[in-house]
Design a protein around this ligand. Structure first.
Ligand code: C2E
Ligand code: CA
Ligand code: CA
Ligand code: CA
Length: 277
């Protein structure tokens, strides 16, 4: 009987309150996890699919909520973005992954590191200076650091984005447009902004072999990027067929489960050695 009362009482506002309590608890746990250094980043290789050369690694956050399942990365980032932890989390991430990169940078064939950055970090006036300070402190070559930003970040506030991109460029730090094509893509900014790379959204790549539209899109992007001097990367490459078709269209850089799943940092050097690199 009491169970039923509880059920009836769990109306919308109760559920909302529970969810916000959940979030608060999660943020407190997250803060502790940063202090204890128990948040990890997994490394997923980006390779030249025609030669097999490793071009870089994208770092992806992994966190297991104490006594619980791992929290999906996009859900975790969503929560962080709406909280005061965004800046400390970003600083923590940069410190940790650039420190890790520094330790192996001489043994990974010149490969670079790609770090996802929340759009809202562009609003912080000291972001680029802080980033550069971390890069310099770890003696990392800025040209081997790429930031991945989604296009919504650039379109939402182009003037601000322009300023940040300019300062990144002065420092030699590269910029990649993530999830390209998934939003209301505007091609204008490819001309306006100093962009090094675009990553075609996974949704265009996973069913690539069956979709004429997706093939034409990739084909056009290959031509466009070549003429603009922008790197093109396919993400979500899951099968050899997709890999083969992408390279035959001239899209050589790829990332995905079919090439390699994201792996713990500790496995990166072993993985490099095992491919004979
Ligand atoms: P994203 O930047 O688009 O990252 C690629 C996501 O696709 C990753 O999911 C990766 O594990 C997954 N993936 C890689 N290859 C394949 C494939 O072949 N097939 C499929 N189905 N998926 C593949 P993950 O790690 O869950 O990350 C989700 C999102 O969370 C990322 O999307 C990124 O937007 C965000 N994120 C992850 N780590 C960070 C971080 O440290 N900082 C920030 N700001 N965002 C992060
Ligand atoms: Ca990314
Ligand atoms: Ca992406
Ligand atoms: Ca994404």
């Amino acid at each position: 009987k009491r169970g039923i009362d509880k059920l009836v009482l769990a109306n919308d506002s109760t559920i909302r309150r529970m969810k916000s309590l959940d979030r608060k608890g999660m943020l407190e746990d997250l803060e502790r996890a940063m202090a204890r250094d128990s948040i990890d980043w997994h490394w997923q290789p980006k390779v030249d699919m025609s030669s097999g050369r490793v071009l870089g690694f994208e770092v992806l956050v992994r966190w297991r909520h104490p006594g619980d399942q791992p929290v999906p990365a996009d859900q975790l980032i969503d929560t962080i973005e709406q909280s005061p932890l965004l800046e400390p989390f970003t600083t923590h991430c940069l410190n940790k992954v650039l420190g890790q990169f520094a330790r192996i940078q001489d043994r990974i064939d010149g490969a670079s590191i790609s770090i996802n950055i929340s759009a809202r970090m562009l609003e912080r006036s000291n972001f680029v200076d802080n980033l550069h300070e971390v890069i310099a402190r770890h003696h990392v070559d800025p040209e081997r650091v790429t930031l991945e930003l989604t296009e919504t970040a650039l379109i939402a506030n182009p003037a601000q984005a322009q300023r940040v991109i300019e300062r990144l460029r002065e420092r030699g730090i590269r910029l990649s447009i993530d999830d390209f094509g998934s939003g209301f893509t505007s091609f204008g900014y490819l001309r306006e902004f100093a962009i090094s790379e675009i990553k075609i959204d996974r949704s265009f790549i996973t069913r690539f072999t069956e979709s004429r539209f997706d093939q034409s899109l990739v084909n056009s992007l290959v031509v466009l990027c070549e003429s603009l001097g922008i790197g093109l990367v396919a993400e979500g490459v899951e099968t050899p067929e997709v890999q083969q078709m992408l390279t035959s269209l001239g899209c050589n850089a790829g990332q995905g489960y079919g090439i390699c799943r994201p792996m713990p940092y500790e496995d990166v050097l072993g993985w490099m050695a095992q491919r004979g690199g």
